[in-house]
Design a protein. Structure first.
Length: 392
């Protein structure tokens, strides 16, 4: 597993790129130029404009990447919390329905007990004489034995009625307690969902402010540089064997890939699960659902629940998870390329695997055979200094 690829790699080439651009268009001086780094003794070198501009764009790139990461992670947490809230609400409703049924059973048992008590009161007792004496004094022994049998049946029925009443009351106490617990859990889930929603909105607002305050040409330049760095990092990782011979996709993996590729160009939407728009985990979960495999809904849950595999065993259809908090996920296509739903304002597209800091990879397909494991570990497999960048 590759962990903790620094975000600073995303913008490391900016000052050099801008410096080269400015140097290419600078007018030639009449006298020979001094060596590039020659400075008069005691003089302070002035900060070149290109370095200043590059540093500003570099800083902006970090801020924007952090803001987008915070927003998407918060969105994923809200999605999970909202799903949890729905489950808790259903559990609360089911528990209350169970309690209501137990209340009805208690009422019915109490009515049966009341009818039995009234019947016993109306019939009276059999007297104070013992059964042998009543048998000897009886003019009709057959009738006596019939009365005794009916008395036994009545006593048996009385025990059953009272037993059912006790059991019904005990079940009602348990059901009412479960209903209270379910209601409290739903209230807690509601609070968690609201906090996650507030955090997501705050992070999304920060992203929007950054984008609104930056000229479009600067955004285009930043996007191009990030794309170039991600492509370069992918080529380096492929050359180093980081992805290894992961094998071909399983049948289910091919179906998941076909579904994901059919969504190319559709917009990113917070909480989207299709068919018109998706968020990152909405795309991966629906892709695998189309292949008949149910996986958790959010990127955090997918990372926590699915089988983890090293990058050198990646096979098409596996999921690549990003950032230390598992805030983003993409579907691996092979050749160091993934398909994913990036973030608000973008569409589903292809990207190099190292577009973001890689946390690791998971395999949704329980039937997929394992790849070869006798190969030496790939570079960066267990380090925190893996090359990577973002197309965000």
């Amino acid at each position: 597993m590759v962990r903790g690829i620094p975000r600073s790699w995303r913008v490391a080439a900016l000052p050099l790129a801008v410096a080269l651009l400015v140097t290419a268009v600078a007018p030639a001086a009449a006298d020979p130029e001094p060596p590039p780094h020659a400075v008069a003794v005691g003089a302070e070198p002035p900060p070149p404009e290109e370095v200043t501009a590059g540093s500003a764009l570099e800083e902006f790139g970090r801020d924007l990447a952090d803001a987008r990461h915070a927003a998407e992670s918060a969105e994923q947490r809200f999605t999970a919390a909202d799903l949890q809230l729905d489950r808790r609400k259903r559990e609360s409703a089911d528990a209350e329905a169970d309690a209501e049924r137990e209340r009805a059973r208690v009422v019915e048992a109490e009515l049966q007990a009341a009818r039995l008590v009234g019947e016993l009161y109306r019939n009276g007792s059999l007297g104070s004489l013992g059964p042998v004496a009543r048998l000897l004094l009886s003019g009709n022994p057959e009738e006596f034995f019939g009365r005794q049998w009916r008395a036994f049946e009545q006593t048996h029925t009385t025990a059953e009625v009272l037993g059912e009443l006790r059991e019904a009351r005990a079940r009602l106490v348990l059901a009412a307690d479960q209903a209270r617990q379910a209601e409290q859990a739903a209230a807690t889930a509601s609070q968690d969902a609201q906090r996650a929603l507030d955090t997501a909105r705050t992070a999304a607002d920060r992203t929007a402010r950054l984008l609104e305050s930056t000229p479009a040409d600067q955004l285009d330049l930043l996007e191009q540089l990030e794309r170039d760095r991600a492509d370069q990092a992918r080529e380096e990782m492929l050359a180093a064997g980081t992805f290894g011979p992961g094998g071909s996709a399983s049948e289910a993996g091919r179906q998941a890939i076909a579904y994901a590729l059919a969504q190319l160009g559709k917009p990113y939407r917070w909480g989207g699960t299709g068919p018109d728009a998706y968020d990152c985990s909405g795309l991966t979960s629906q892709a695998w659902q189309s292949a008949g495999v149910s996986i958790p809904r959010t990127s955090e849950e997918q990372w926590a629940a699915l089988k983890r595999i090293p990058l050198r065993e990646l096979r098409p259809g596996d999921l690549v998870v990003y950032d230390n908090d598992a805030g983003h996920v993409a579907l691996y296509l092979g050749g160091g390329t993934v398909v994913h739903a990036p973030h608000t304002g973008t569409v589903i597209k292809l990207a190099p695997v190292p577009m973001l800091p890689i946390l690791g990879a998971v395999r949704p397909d329980p039937q997929a055979p394992s790849a070869r494991t006798d190969e030496p570990p790939a570079p960066f497999a267990d380090t925190d200094e893996s090359p990577g960048s973002s197309d965000e």
